[in-house]
Structures are given as C-alpha cells and as structure tokens.
Ligand binder design. Structure first.
Ligand SMILES: *[C@@H]1O[C@H](CO)[C@@H](O)[C@H](O)[C@H]1NC(C)=O
Ligand SMILES: *[C@@H]1O[C@H](CO)[C@@H](O)[C@H](O)[C@H]1NC(C)=O
Length: 579
C-alpha cells in the first residue's frame, strides 16, 4: 500500500518541473490599421485578454467586425487573429452585368474602388447607377448591381377584366398581355395588348382612354355647342346646315347626333353641298354630243329641248338645280296630251285613261256602236297627235242602213236594219254561188256578201265500165264534151262522147264484151272454127261477129245442138255440140 503512494507523487513532480522551466507567452507585433488595448504591450501571458480596434478602412477579416477581443491561449496562440486587415470587396453577383470583349469579369476590389458597368438586356442598373463602388461593408454598391426589369401593375382603371382575370399582374420585360377596355373606353392608339417595356412600365400608358368623338370644322356646317372639337360618349350635338347644304341622304338641314360608345357619331356629323341627281329625262331630246344628264350642284343650270310629242314644262328652256335637290322644272318635259271630244250616248269609246289622266301623245282611242241598228260613221280609231290634236274627228253612231250594190258597184237603194234579200239566177245555164238569203244586220253590214250567178260547169266525167275517157279533166265548161273509148276487143256501143249541159253530163254508151271460146271447150264439144283471133290458147270472138263452127272429123252435129253459125252478143255465144 505504501509503495503505491510514492509512485503517484513522482509523476506529479516531473510535471511541475517542466512547467516551471518554460513559461508560454503570446506575442504581438504592431500591425498597420490596428489599435490594441492595453496598448504598447507586446507579450501576454496565457489567459490575458486583448481588446482590438480596427482603424478606418480596416476590419477583422472573416467576421468583418471592427472591434473584437482575443484571449491568449495556453499554447501561446491568440483565440482568433489579433490583427485588422484592409477592407476588400469580393467579386459581386454579376448575373445581370453586360461585359464587353475587353472586360469580361469582375475582380476583387479595395475599399472605395469604383467600376463602371452596364446591364444586360432585361436588366437595369439598381437605382440608375452607372458605376459600382466597393464600400465599407465589403460589398459593391449598388447591390445587386443589376435588377431584372419588371413592370408593376399599371393604372388599369379603364380595363375591362374577364371573369377569370380580375387584376393585372407584375410582368417581365417584353411580356404582352391582351386586354380590352370597359364600355366608353378604347385601347390607347387602338392596340389591344400591353407590353412591359425597358423603362419598367406597361405600354401603352394609359391602357385605355375614354372614348371621344371628334369634330373637325366643315364648310357649310354649324354646330351647337360651337367651338368644341372633342365630345364624350353620350354627348349630344346639334347640327345646322348653312345655305346650300344639307345632310346627304335625308336632305334635312337640321338634326342632332349623339356621340356613341365607340367614338362614332350616331349619324354623319357634317353637311354636304346640295346636289341634284340626274332627273327623269324620259322626254328630253339629247344631241349627239350631249346624251345624258349628269348630277349637278346647287344653282347649276342646263339647257335642254324635248322630244317629239313632248313640250318643256312651263315653256322652260333650261333646268336649274334647286334647294330641294331636284332639277326644276320637274318633270323637265311633259308629254303632249289631247282633250277628248264630247260624244253622244250612242258611241262607245275605249282607251280613255282612268281618272282624269290626260290622253297623251300617241294614245289611241277605239270607237264602236254597241247597238246593232247603228253604224259607225268616221274612223273607228283616233290617235292623239304630237301637236295635241286628234288625228280624226270622233266618229258618231248613225242609224244603220245597208246599201244594195249592183255588180258594177253603183248603189241603187238602202235598206233598214233587219231587211232580207233573196237571190236566184235568172239564166238556167248559171248557178248561184254564195248564200241565197242576205240580211241587213249589225252596223249596216249585210250578213253575207251578195251571192253571184256563175255559169254551170261539170265536174269529172263518170267512169265507163271496160272503157276510159280520152280527154279527162276535173272540170268542163258548159257544152264541152268528153270522149270515151273501150278496152281492146271491146266494142263501143251508143255515143262516143258525153256533153256537159247546165252542169249535167248528157250521152250514153257501153263497152260490149268479146266472147271467149277456148280450145278446151271446143275439144269437149268436138268443134273447131276457122278464123281464130288473139292468143291461140285464149280465143275471142268480138261482139256482133258471126262464127261458123265445124264438127271435127267423123263427128256430126248433135240433134239438140245449137246451129253451127253463131253470133257473139256482149260476151255470150252459144256453142254447138258434135258427136
Ligand atoms: C393575344 O391576342 C392575339 C391575337 O388575338 C393572340 O394571337 C395571342 O395568343 C393572345 N395572347 C394572349 C397572351 O392571350
Ligand atoms: C283598239 O283597237 C285595236 C285594233 O282593233 C286593238 O289592237 C286595241 O287593243 C284596241 N284598244 C283598246 C283600248 O280597245
């Protein structure tokens, strides 16, 4: 137990011996820009406390403090650096800085160093600075050097927001925002979007302007109120047109107009010079060099003439454009008209215009007598002529009579309405052509033309059996004959012609047929005959001829046979029989 105590003591002793030998000190050598308290002391013992003040333009590097206290550590070092250093500025945040080709970075600087700089597009120097300075706090001022350009919400009192967009946001440079304006406002300069510009404001500014109606003085127009050129929406302006002016279209000379919400006047706010449109020139006679009527100004005049059948209204020789915008006289030309003559109750006039309208040049009137016992005397149609007179006197309706006219054209008698005439021909060789009864009827006209007696004629002649005409015609005069002939082997019997007599063919003939005697019939009856004519197989005996038959060899005439000598009678012959 005792041994242990001795050993511990030895260790402590050795320790005491070392510290007693070397005492550790903190040293201080004077440094520019640094004051110490206590001052003038260069060596400090462990645990001593030293107060440090940095002079103008100096600080404790790192902390940037200008006053501090430090403690002398046991190992002879100060608890923190015991000297001040010159204030410097680190390179700043240059993110918005616009460098040039020769100057492309920002270096550390000393206090009060300055450096010119510019900002990139989209940025502006803070506080409008043109240079930065390294200041007491070790930073470049201004700080930041460049600010991003932004536009604060503008004066938007005239802006019409939608349901979704209720206010104007801050924007970046070149941001564009579409907008519209409240009623009675319109986008300034007519643009419909705002842009955030370099100077940090929204353009246009203001965004919306109150709508104005403008007025520029116009000749011939007076305004009430006068002398005012700019009007607000809803303002009412009274306009009077001066002498010789009016509102085009309406032709009025006074009106009021209202300034609309869109900056337009409710109707044109100016008077125009009175002009005359081309007039109705239907009666005007143009020349080759002047073939239309043009628009004219007030008081313009123009000479003119009227066409055939027209006369200038009031005898005018020229027309003038007057205050009411029409050429006077109006119409320029009047059609000439005729005054209808008085008529008795018998005649009916058709074609008179309705009402009291004049009967104009060229107009035609028709006249008729409705009563069949009357007859129109005069022209049935009368025309209004160019000098305003009628082409003929109006006709009248007189009692109707019919004239009897002989064939040579001389009237020999007149007959009253309803009288009948009957006609017949006195010569038998003549026949009546036309109606045999003619009545005096409407308007003194005979119901039919008088009939005529004409020589009777014959139509086509009748045909002849087995024969033909020689001089066939469709029509034959009275007394003329037509001749006939018969076919071969036939014999004409009776007259050789017929005669046209009072329309009837007179004369008679027939063609008598030959008698056929063929070989077969003769063989059957065992007969022959001597003088055959015609075709040996088809033998004929002409009418009236006698033929003597013979019995063939070894045959004798039958007891009940006809005689051997026979005559042909119009196709019939009795043949004898032999046995
Ligand atoms: C603004 O309006 C224009 C044309 O009407 C359109 O092209 C554009 O997209 C709009 N911009 C915005 C941000 O709405
Ligand atoms: C007059 O008579 C003519 C010839 O008969 C006829 O063409 C015309 O239509 C008539 N006019 C009137 C108004 O009856």
């Amino acid at each position: 137990m005792k041994l242990h105590t001795t050993a511990l003591f030895l260790v402590i002793w050795v320790n005491v011996a070392v510290s007693a030998e070397v005492e550790v000190k903190c040293l201080l050598s004077p440094v520019k820009g640094t004051e110490y308290v206590p001052s003038g002391q260069n060596v400090f013992s462990s645990g001593d406390i030293l107060k440090i003040k940095c002079q103008q333009g100096h600080w404790s590097f790192g902390t940037k403090a200008t006053e501090t206290t430090v403690t002398c550590n046991d190992d002879g070092t100060w608890s923190s650096p015991a000297n001040c250093e010159k204030i410097t500025c680190d390179p700043p945040d240059d993110s918005g800085v616009q460098y040039s080709r020769w100057d492309w970075s920002w270096r550390r600087g000393d206090l009060k160093d300055t450096k010119d700089y510019r900002c990139k597009s989209g940025y502006k120097p803070t506080n409008g600075a043109t240079y930065a300075e390294c200041t007491n706090d070790g930073t470049w001022t201004p700080n930041p050097l460049c600010e991003e350009i932004t536009c604060d919400p503008p004066d938007d009192s005239g802006v019409q927001y939608s349901q979704w967009q209720r206010r104007w946001q801050t924007g970046k440079l070149k941001d564009q925002i579409n907008y519209s304006c409240k009623p009675k406002f319109e986008p300034t300069n007519g643009v419909k979007f705002a842009e955030c510009t370099n100077d940090g404001t929204w353009t246009p500014n203001p965004l919306c302007e109150e709508v104005k109606c403008l007025l520029s003085p116009i000749k011939g127009t007076e305004y009430v109120p006068s002398g005012q050129n700019v009007f607000s929406s809803g303002d009412i302006l009274k306009i009077k047109c001066q002498q010789g002016h009016w509102f085009f279209g309406t032709k009025a000379t006074e009106k009021t107009v209202t300034c609309n919400d869109d900056g337009m006047w409710s109707s044109p706010a100016n008077c125009e010079k009175i002009t005359c449109d081309p007039p109705d020139d239907s009666g005007v006679q143009y020349s080759r060099w002047d073939w239309s009527w043009r628009r004219g100004d007030l008081k313009d005049t123009k000479d003119y003439r009227c066409k055939y059948g027209y006369k200038p209204t009031n005898g005018a020789t020229y027309a003038e454009c007057t205050n009411d915008g029409t050429w006077t006289p109006n119409p320029l030309c009047e059609a000439l008209s005729c005054v209808p003559e008085a008529t008795d109750g018998r005649v009916v006039v058709s074609g008179i215009p309705d009402g009291n309208a004049p009967v104009l040049f060229g107009h035609k009137l028709n006249f008729s007598c409705p009563n069949p016992e009357h007859k129109l005397k005069g022209s049935p149609q009368v025309v209004c002529t160019a000098d305003g007179s009628w082409s003929n006197r109006f006709p009248t309706c007189n009692d109707a009579t019919c004239s009897i006219v002989e064939m040579n054209g001389n009237a020999i008698a007149t007959m009253q309405y309803g009288h009948k005439l009957q006609f017949e021909c006195s010569k038998p060789e003549q026949v009546l052509h036309g109606e045999p009864e003619v009545v005096c009827s409407t308007n003194g006209q005979w119901s039919h033309p008088f009939p005529q007696c004409k020589e009777r004629t014959c139509g086509p002649p009748p045909a002849l059996a087995d024969g033909d005409t020689v001089n066939y015609k469709e029509q034959y005069r009275n007394g003329e004959s037509v001749y006939y002939k018969c076919q071969t082997y036939y014999i004409l019997s009776g007259q050789t012609f017929k005669k046209c007599q009072n329309g009837i063919w007179i004369g008679h003939m027939t063609c008598l047929a030959p008698c056929p005697v063929d070989a077969e019939m003769m063989a059957e009856r065992s007969i022959t005959f001597s003088w055959p004519i015609g075709d040996p197989n088809k033998l004929y005996v002409t009418h009236g001829d006698f033929t003597t038959f013979r019995c063939t060899r070894d045959k004798r005439l039958s007891s009940n046979s006809a005689a051997l000598r026979q005559q042909c009678d119009n196709g019939v012959v009795n043949l004898p029989r032999c046995e």
